[in-house]
Design a protein around this ligand. Structure first.
Ligand SMILES: [Zn+2]
Length: 275
């Protein structure tokens, strides 16, 4: 048995909360950090299926990527989907902790893991984070001098065609289909990465002269903007670009806290069917 706070202290070192975006809602969102815990479930998103799993298996903590609640709540009743889940979690003493964009941007966080999984080398953040020191001095650190930051940028040791790179990504993420915009015979060397829905980083990928940008999902207009700038885009699906990291988080946590029972949610599924 461990105190919830002990696990959170360790995880906050991995994903420091000051790395989170201003709009985000991160940290301990439901629960008492002083409670003792025995079981932890990691997941990408808290859904009714994940809540049911947590209740059935008496999980003490849901370590989730996407925050719940995310938007401010003025009332918590079972009349809304979010309200019902929050009620059920509190009634069953299930805590919720979300690091979200802090985990995305951490030096060994989600984007770093995704870039490594895709075989990229010389990995640096697409947008390096301002350290506390540079923030105080009003200076921005130079690109690549910090290992924490938004998105990632890396290179392939040997250039390949877009088609060859797509095949690699399919294997790395166990996917049979993805969306692609660009030329399949185009040579790929410099690759930008942004997990989830990272179309907003497109300008940074173009500015950094990437040949290809990999993200989970992006809009039609983002694809057109990329194409006009000569940047190919590869869309893996939001779920596939992030879920693997919650599985490896469960494995890492289990090594660090061997007395706890820790697993990645078995009820969680991609809500998108690729038909
Ligand atoms: Zn996401």
């Amino acid at each position: 048995m461990e105190k919830l706070e002990d696990l959170l202290v360790w995880f906050r070192e991995w994903a420091p909360l000051h790395l989170a975006e201003d709009w985000d809602n991160v940290g301990l969102l439901i629960g008492d950090p002083g409670r003792s815990i025995e079981k932890v479930t990691t997941c990408l998103t808290v859904t009714p299926e994940v809540v049911q799993e947590a209740i059935d298996h008496k999980t003490d903590l849901l370590l989730t990527h996407h925050p719940l609640p995310f938007s401010p709540l003025k009332k918590i009743t079972a009349e809304t989907v979010v309200g019902k889940m929050v009620c059920q979690l509190i009634e069953n003493k299930v805590a919720v902790y979300s690091a979200h964009t802090a985990f995305d941007s951490a030096s060994s966080g989600l984007n770093d893991q995704l870039a490594r999984r895709l075989g990229l080398k010389e990995i640096v953040p697409l947008i390096p984070v301002e350290t506390e020191a540079t923030r105080r001095n009003g200076e921005i650190k130079e690109t690549g001098s910090s290992s924490a930051g938004v998105g990632r940028l890396g290179v392939l040791t040997q250039s390949v065609t877009a088609q060859e790179f797509i095949d690699r990504v399919k294997e790395a993420l166990s996917l049979s289909t993805m969306k692609f915009s660009g030329g399949l015979e185009q040579k790929i060397h410099r690759v930008g990465v942004g997990c989830g829905s990272a179309g907003t980083f497109l300008k940074e990928a173009i500015r950094n002269e990437c040949d290809l940008f990999v993200t989970g999902e992006a809009s039609f207009h983002t694809l057109l903007e990329g194409k006009a700038a000569g940047l190919s885009l590869l869309l893996t699906g939001h779920y596939s670009s992030e879920r693997f990291a919650m599985e490896s988080l469960a494995t890492e946590l289990q090594k660090k806290f061997p007395t706890l029972e820790i697993w990645a949610s078995r009820n969680e599924r991609d809500p998108v069917l690729w038909v």
